[in-house]
Design a protein around this ligand. Structure first.
Ligand SMILES: [Fe+2]
Length: 169
């Protein structure tokens, strides 16, 4: 098997993450449209804008290491988005769908937090100082987005989802 350098693994993960963020910019508007809770819709809309900024920030990371920005299909994100799409097909708009979509969105955030955490650590090890700064900025945004979603769920969406809930089918 071909032995890869850490620099190559970093670049590979960077491309994967670039693709993941771009997939997300296409998927989030649909999630916002399906949201009933105004707070949830606002959180998603805000994170959509942030995600567009993160795509640009990743382009700066590519530039900082002298590479052309290029994506590599992120199967993980595709799977997570696919599951969210399935939820939107299976449920009518309402608090139950909101609760399920918040969980799906938090899975996305945790996936991204893991990716950016590793990218930060590798950039640090590789001495890519500019990349470290850029990646850390996004890592913090993802953590804040995750916390915001927890807040939205706790501030009424889960409670409302219980109202009128029957036994699961
Ligand atoms: Fe992101």
């Amino acid at each position: 098997m071909k032995e890869q350098t850490l620099a190559a693994v970093f670049l590979d993960e960077l491309r994967d993450t670039y693709d993941a963020e771009r997939q997300l910019t296409r998927a989030l508007p649909k999630v916002a449209k399906s949201a009933s809770s105004e707070e949830f819709r606002e959180a998603i809309t805000m994170h959509l804008e942030e995600t567009k900024g993160q795509v640009q920030r990743l382009e700066s990371v590519f530039e900082s290491i002298g590479q052309k920005a290029r994506g590599k299909k992120c199967e993980g994100m595709q799977g997570l988005i696919g599951e969210a799409q399935q939820l939107m097909e299976e449920h009518d708009k309402g608090p139950v769908l909101d609760a399920a979509l918040i969980a799906a969105a938090q899975k996305v955030e945790h996936y991204e937090i893991a990716a950016y955490g590793s990218l930060c650590a590798w950039a640090e090890a590789l001495g890519y100082h500019d990349a470290v700064d850029l990646l850390k900025e996004t890592l913090e945004e993802e953590k804040t987005a995750d916390e915001k979603l927890t807040e939205v769920a706790a501030s009424g969406v889960n409670e409302e989802a219980l109202v009128g809930a029957g036994a699961p089918e």
